[in-house]
Write a protein that binds this ligand. Structure first.
Ligand SMILES: Cc1cc2nc3c(=O)[nH]c(=O)nc-3n(C[C@H](O)[C@H](O)[C@H](O)COP(=O)(O)OP(=O)(O)OC[C@H]3O[C@@H](n4cnc5c(N)ncnc54)[C@H](O)[C@@H]3O)c2cc1C
Ligand SMILES: NC(=O)c1ccc[n+]([C@@H]2O[C@H](COP(=O)([O-])OP(=O)(O)OC[C@H]3O[C@@H](n4cnc5c(N)ncnc54)[C@H](O)[C@@H]3O)[C@@H](O)[C@H]2O)c1
Length: 468
């Protein structure tokens, strides 16, 4: 087996797979080193299982809003079985087959840099293999859950995103630490699937703090109606769990302690760069790998190292990692041919990545929030519209609530950002992504006529509210 490739990718998640694919399409050879399952976190312990668990909860909300419909009791076992199917029963044979079809070589084992352009792989049987790259090494090792240092936390063995997305049963009482995307999605999934008491413990003032403030507020209203308790401005100061897997108590800086059957820690991520040999090339271990817009690591002589996906810290989202990967694979192939193609650069992260939070209501945003746009010095005007006033939204169900916001650059009359909060708004987001990315002038957007009666009519209402 040849151990020299044009490109060696460490990490076989969505980002790593796509780099190899593009590099091979560009005429290069590639190998992917993966220590666990090809497909990465996203396929088995993140995006896919979380959305499989949320889908029935979302549908229950939809059905409850339509008079004349009712649901039978929820079959949790069937939901968990569908989740297992969605994660291919934790088998990566399909993904390995896809990689081999690229064609790229799949090497299972732990990869570490071993000086420039060399990767030392510790294989499952404890053996070693040294791979050499003719052109580039790409880091695509992703991220892992960051668990805060709180007395008793390690001993309590709390759930992280791994355990909650792979849950085999639903805890009766769940405490959730964090108010970000994982906390909100998983609190709602577990509550909807039968947790009797769900308490979300938020350090800051509200949920989803990086989004427009009304997003977290509307979600908090929905949580309150569903019986999910949200406690804000409180920190975990001590965790007590006398028996492994038994009752857990979270002592807080503010308010009474929370007793639960399980604790989910959803307090952000850290890059998976602690043990990948960065020290052998003079980079610090355990930090995000800084890259330029071609995904090339900065500060590495001769420019042979690249990093894509969560590991570069630009946007911790699968679709953005895959986008960066396409750029990276194309750039490496172009550079190998001696073409320097300046157009192959990451633009989308600069605009502000699109993101859908799959809660009820869904929270969908692209571009800059009002606060970020102002901070960056844009002359901003904001227009809001209540989604429930749009006929298409009203027809989706009784008591439909939601809001849309457009953040307009008053100097160029283009959209800097758009947020939709409301049931069933996820599929609305790509229209906004196109408008923001293509910087479509509002006067032109006016001629994009939304169909009646769809929720998309909110576009017309926003432009009218703006004054067109
Ligand atoms: C609960 C949850 C839900 C999410 N939902 C969404 C969503 O709906 N939409 C969305 O866009 N994003 C979502 N995300 C974020 C998304 O999962 C990540 O952005 C995405 O997985 C990043 O892809 P990646 O390829 O960079 O890394 P990963 O998917 O983390 O893959 C990295 C791979 O590298 C391997 N690896 C690491 N170190 C080594 C090594 N030294 N040697 C060999 N292999 C190694 C790992 O085993 C892993 O397979 C979610 C995240 C979580 C936690
Ligand atoms: N649908 C999606 O697109 C989706 C779903 C899940 C995750 N993700 C991505 O995965 C990444 C990780 O999600 P996440 O929710 O873990 O991170 P996050 O950064 O979204 O939220 C982290 C939360 O934890 C809080 N926190 C941080 N340190 C804390 C501490 N010591 N004590 C208490 N609270 C603390 C923060 O204030 C914040 O509320 C995100 O960047 C997100 O974009 C995306």
């Amino acid at each position: 087996m040849a151990d020299e490739f044009d490109v060696i990718v460490i990490g076989g998640g969505p980002a790593g797979e796509n780099v190899a694919d593009r590099a091979v399409r560009g005429g290069l050879t590639a190998a992917i080193v993966e220590e666990r399952l090809a497909g990465g976190e996203c396929s088995y312990w993140a995006c896919v299982p979380s959305k499989a668990l949320l889908r029935p909860v979302d549908l229950m909300g939809e059905v409850a809003r339509v008079p004349g419909l009712s649901l039978g009791p929820l079959d949790v076992e069937a939901v968990l079985a569908r989740r297992d199917e969605a994660v291919s029963n934790y088998s990566d044979s399909g993904q390995v087959g896809w990689i081999e079809g690229v064609p790229a070589e799949f090497v299972r084992g732990h990869g570490r840099l071993d000086g420039p352009k060399r990767v030392r792989v510790t294989t499952e049987d404890g053996g070693e293999r040294v791979l050499t790259a003719r052109q580039a090494v790409v880091l695509a090792t992703g991220s892992t859950a960051a668990v805060p240092r709180v007395p008793g936390m390690v001993e309590a063995e709390p759930w992280t995103s791994h355990e909650v997305t792979a849950a085999r049963s639903v805890p009766e009482r769940l405490a959730v630490l964090g108010g970000g995307v994982v906390a909100c999605e998983m609190a709602q999934a577990m509550h909807g699937l039968g947790a009797r008491q769900t308490t979300v413990l938020v350090r800051g003032g509200g949920l989803l703090a990086r989004m427009e403030p009304f997003a977290g507020e509307l979600l908090a209203d929905s949580f309150a109606e569903a019986g999910i308790e949200v406690r804000t401005r409180t920190d975990a100061v001590r965790i007590e769990r006398p028996e492994r897997g038994g009752k857990v108590t979270v002592h807080l800086s503010e308010g009474p302690p929370v007793e639960a059957d399980e604790l989910l820690v959803a307090t952000g991520r850290r890059p998976a760069t602690g043990d990948i040999g960065l020290g052998t090339i003079g980079l610090p271990d355990g930090k995000y790998v800084e890259v330029d817009d071609s995904m090339r690591a900065t500060g590495v002589p001769d420019g042979w190292l690249y990093a894509v996906g969560d590991v570069n810290g630009r946007a911790l989202l699968t679709h953005m990692g895959k986008y960066q990967a396409r750029i990276c694979g194309d750039v490496i192939a172009a550079r190998a041919r001696g073409d320097e193609l300046p157009a192959m650069r990451d633009l989308a992260d600069g605009f502000g990545a699109p993101q859908v939070v799959f809660t009820d209501p869904q929270v969908c945003a692209v571009g800059r929030t009002e606060a970020v746009a102002r901070e960056e010095g844009f002359r901003v005007r904001v227009v809001d519209y209540e989604l429930g006033s749009v006929t298409g939204a009203y027809l989706l169900g009784d008591g439909y609530r939601g809001r849309a916001r457009a953040v307009v650059d008053e100097d160029r009359k283009v959209l800097l950002g758009v947020t939709f909060v409301g049931p069933g708004t996820a599929e609305l987001l790509h229209g906004a992504t196109i408008a923001v990315t293509a910087e479509v002038p509002l006067e032109r957007l006016w001629h994009a006529v939304p169909s009646f009666p769809t929720v998309s009519e909110v576009w017309l209402r926003l432009l009218e509210a703006y004054g067109l």
